[in-house]
Design a protein around this ligand. Structure first.
Ligand SMILES: [Fe+2]
Length: 324
């Protein structure tokens, strides 16, 4: 009896310690969003971090180096030539919108620019050079992850996995600045910024392990990716972990002249989704792809999509110490 009682007391003490520990690792966060301004007040940070989030610029420019590839890039090279500014409604275009957004980031004193894919409409050498030139002029640290168009040459032989790997290495690699394109993390002012390549809708086991490790670390983190996470009621464009994503719902493979999606997601994709949305130290995720501003709250955490930068759209995210 005495032993059982001691064991019970020990168990209770252990459970209490685990509960207290779990409470500590769940950061106290308040979110405040107005238009393109996102403010995140967190008890886990001590300094203000300003991040400009840009996705879907769809730069279509190229030069004579593209001539041999025009049969694969023609459709996307003719898209988004003239666009309307998301605020003023005035005529603009992807290059002008991109330059203006980066100039604004500089003016606002941004610490970091996050480029979340579809920055170019196909892997044009001139397009990649332009991004490098603009970012170099701005002198702001920037981090990039792929979108599904950045590496896609329509009608080219190969699986999405093969083509992404090939064009990421041949054309897009300068934008990664030495980081692992599949998944990498950087730290600014005590916040982990994680960049994951979700641009073919599927997750690799290395990406699952990466996010598991970050979730265990207890350091506050924000995830940046191109294709957004599944949220109930959202279309399969919110494809990461979406139970309806698969061949039967692939409406774009003929237009984009690519292989049809596989039957559906694998266990790794669902495990990745569950790990991410349940991570106590997750602050928020940001994605592009759907070309609209939106927020889904999953397990009490916000998952943002940013409007298309070919209209000048962006998020200005401020992560700040939580006010009492
Ligand atoms: Fe896009």
């Amino acid at each position: 009896m005495k032993l059982t009682g001691r064991i019970c007391l020990l168990c209770m003490a252990l459970l209490y310690a685990m509960a207290a520990d779990a409470g500590k690792s769940r950061h106290d966060v308040v979110y405040s969003c107005t238009g393109e301004q996102v403010r995140i007040y967190s008890s886990a940070v001590t300094d203000t971090l300003c991040i400009f989030v840009i996705a879907d610029t769809h730069l279509w420019l190229s030069d004579e180096r593209e001539d041999a590839f025009r049969q694969f890039s023609g459709r996307m090279a003719s898209a988004y030539h003239e666009t309307k500014h998301f605020r003023t409604g005035k005529k603009t275009n992807p290059e002008e919108a991109f330059r203006q957004t980066v100039a604004l980031a500089k003016k606002r004193g941004a610490d970091v620019i996050a480029l979340l894919g579809d920055i170019v409409s196909y892997p044009s050498e001139r397009g990649v050079e332009l991004v490098q030139e603009v970012m170099q002029e701005a002198g702001i640290p920037y981090y990039y992850t792929c979108g599904n168009h950045d590496w896609h040459y329509e009608g080219m032989e190969g699986t999405s996995y093969e083509l992404r790997k090939k064009w990421r290495e041949l054309r897009l690699s300068p934008l990664f600045q030495g980081h692992n394109p599949i998944a990498y993390g950087v730290e600014h002012k005590g916040v982990r910024l994680l960049f994951l390549d979700t641009s073919d809708y599927e997750v690799e086991s290395a990406q699952l392990e990466f996010i598991r490790k970050e979730a265990r670390s207890r350091k506050p983190f924000i995830v940046f990716q191109h294709i957004p996470l599944y949220a109930p009621s959202r279309s399969v464009a919110y494809g990461i972990g979406h139970p309806e994503w698969g061949a039967a719902t692939d409406g774009g493979y003929k237009t984009e002249r690519r292989n049809r999606w596989p039957e559906g997601h694998q266990k790794t994709d669902y495990d990745f989704y569950e790990t991410l949305v349940n991570a106590p130290n997750l602050i928020a995720t940001f994605a592009g792809h759907v070309h609209l501003f939106g927020t889904d709250i999953i397990n009490g955490k916000p998952h943002f999509t940013v409007g298309p930068n070919f209209t000048g759209a962006y998020y200005e995210v401020q992560v700040m110490p939580k006010k009492k």
